[in-house]
Design a binder for this molecule. Sequence first.
Ligand code: CIR
Length: 262
Amino acid sequence: MPHSSYKFTHALCRQPGKSVAHGLRAVDGGDPVAQAFLDEHSAYVAALRATGATVVVEPAQEDFPDSVFVEDPALCIMGKAIILRPGAPSRFGERDGARAALARILGPDNIIDLPEGGLVDGGDILVSGHEVLVGLSARTNQAGVDLLRGIVEPLGLALRVVNTPAHILHFKTGCAILDDTTIFAVQDLAGCFPGYRTITCPAGEEPAANLIRFNDKVFCAKGFPKTRALLETEGYNVATLSVTEAAKVDGGLSCMSLRFSV
Ligand code: CIR
């Protein structure tokens, strides 16, 4: 299957439940409000759909407060879904819902389980045009990366390991793909991308680095005017979305969808 890091036929999302108020967070700045989160999520889904993609929205899973962040329990590449082993104990059970939803879309034969013995969160995985970059973090360990390599390399993509600084939750909290060879990244990750054209996130707008390129659009969080202007100057078609509620539980634009082609 031809591989692109930003052209996708499909996305998978999951509605936030009322329990999202109990989602994990590094610093408590107040609980997300369930209805406001749902409204932001609906706008996000509509924006992805407007690019022409099929967006499947799974129902909320109240037993898993963070399950709206569907990116973490799975990685979709080359027509396959790899069911990961999330590093936060309260999130480990999200893999069953991810497996079921992805099997319905891709077919059960295209589901691969990461073997036991290591931990990997999807938020630590950035897929470019020719390789899979995985950031070691509090959620993703070397054993997990070694197991993931055993699945990814036979699919024809190289895997490269990088270190995520301790103050960044997930690798992709601080970086994103703009096209197959261009990466947008915070200054603290700037050294991770030799061989790529890197656009550095303006100082003071670091939360904006968790953006997504999805088909013809770059979706960026609202409230970061320097980032928007920079991306528009670089020729990208930018649209902004509000992620106020997701941000209260350390979430952003990339975490709320799995993006892939079938
Ligand atoms: C967590 O701590 O797991 C959630 N509250 C936020 C996950 C955000 N996911 C991501 O950056 N990929």
